[in-house]
Design a protein around this ligand. Structure first.
Ligand SMILES: *Cc1c(COP(=O)(O)O)cnc(C)c1O
Length: 393
């Protein structure tokens, strides 16, 4: 029983490291060293200092009074939107950059879809004065010009992936190719709880600061040990993994994961992996993913770039299969409505991803005595163009 990774890198039936032989030494080096480094006093001291003074943690646990009045129960928002760079992603990149330094790596590579992970990576590379190369699909480079400009301003090189559909999966292929060709000095910085073992566990441990703080903050504010429900959106699943981490074995806490159903789960324009996905291998990991009859990955769709991913991390596939997690979805329209609602009720403009988590408040049963935490993974600045277009401003 349990929801942590086993010694072979599996969560139940999911996970592992399905990688080309040429990558084996790189992944093995990481696997052999990550726990020891993460648990060392030196790492912990440096990581905690950066989280405090650079990222701005702890992020507040905010009692959303008007949202609670509307939906019932007592609803708290974990304010990851207030972090430096505007989302939870930096918790992970700060940790992995320290790990890369301790492994003696001089060159950082990453892939990015919407550019959020690329920006979070370029940010910590500037901080640590490390070379940074971000692979990005050619089409995404056109679609996400402001983030490309941010990465360049931060000193990163943005390399276009020009093969296939010229989007995230092609950028991933390019990054893996780079890593194979530069095994000695290069660190591959992955942005979510995806990829071959040990990345899902590594990223979950770094994002676990979210639930570590939640435990303390909730106790202070309510006297309660645990909330009744935790709600988080799932793209790859890193903000959700962080919000759930210290509650995984507390079965009295309901873990609610929200995927993006795009224009609807049966429209073909969706990213609701647990609804239409099947087991397979993506990004070196066995998990649930969206694929066609030939096992080719199908292009996902969501209005929110961060949820537009054709798989989910192996931890989440296991939470789904074991029924430990409750998996729901929200459409583009529902997310937009919820974003506007939070803005008007609480004066907080959420990221479109986070708005998907908020959107299920109207779909779940809430008792008056329930304490609910919604992980507000990011702020809406990056989505203003979409909000302007969709809301007609
Ligand atoms: C990237 C992103 C997500 C999705 O990534 P996960 O790994 O599933 O957390 C969610 N919210 C925001 C604000 C993001 O930038």
């Amino acid at each position: 029983m349990g929801y942590s990774v086993d010694k072979n890198g599996f969560y139940g039936d999911f996970g592992g490291a399905f990688i080309p032989e040429l990558l084996f030494p790189n992944v093995k080096e990481l696997e052999d060293n990550y726990i020891q480094i993460l648990e060392s006093d030196e790492f912990q001291r440096e990581y905690k200092n950066l989280l405090k003074d650079y990222v701005g943690r702890p992020s507040p646990l905010y009692l959303a009074k008007r949202l609670s009045e509307k939906y019932g129960g007592t609803i708290y928002l974990k304010r990851e939107d207030l972090n430096h760079t505007g989302a939870h992603k930096v918790n992970n990149t700060v940790g992995q950059i320290l790990l890369a330094q301790k492994l003696g790596k001089k060159r950082i590579i990453a892939e990015t879809g919407a550019g959020q992970h690329g920006v979070a990576t370029a940010t910590v590379c500037a901080l640590m004065d490390l070379e940074c190369i971000v692979y990005m699909g050619e089409i995404d480079i056109e679609r996400q010009a402001p983030n490309v400009a941010r990465m360049k301003m931060l000193g990163a090189e943005v390399r276009p992936a020009t093969s296939g559909s010229k989007t995230l999966k092609d950028a991933t292929n390019e990054a893996i190719r780079d890593w194979i060709n530069n095994p000695e000095d290069t660190y591959y910085l992955i942005g979510s709880v995806v990829g071959p073992h040990p990345y899902p566990d590594l990223v979950a441990r770094l994002q676990a600061v979210i639930s570590e703080e939640m435990k303390i903050q909730l106790k202070e504010k309510t006297g309660k040990e645990n909330p009744d429900k935790i709600i988080a959106c799932v793209g790859g699943g890193s903000n959700a993994a962080g919000a759930y981490y210290h509650y995984l074995d507390d079965e009295d806490v309901e873990l609610i994961a929200v995927e993006a159903s795009g224009k609807g789960v049966d429209t073909g324009e969706t990213a609701a992996t647990t609804t239409i996905g099947t087991p397979g291998i993506i990004h070196g990991s066995k998990t649930l993913l969206m694929q066609d009859d030939f096992g080719q990955i199908t292009e996902p769709y969501s209005i929110s770039a961060g949820l537009d991913y054709p798989g989910i991390g192996p931890l989440h596939a296991h939470l789904f299969a074991s029924h430990r997690g409750v998996f729901l979805s929200a459409t583009d329209k529902e997310a937009l409505d919820s974003a506007l609602e939070l803005t008007r009720l609480e004066g907080i403009i959420p990221a479109l991803e986070s708005a998907h988590a908020l959107a299920v408040l109207s779909k779940i049963e809430i008792k008056d005595t329930d304490t609910i935490v919604v992980n507000l993974s990011g702020r809406g600045d990056k989505d203003m163009e979409t909000y302007q277009r969709e809301l007609g401003y």
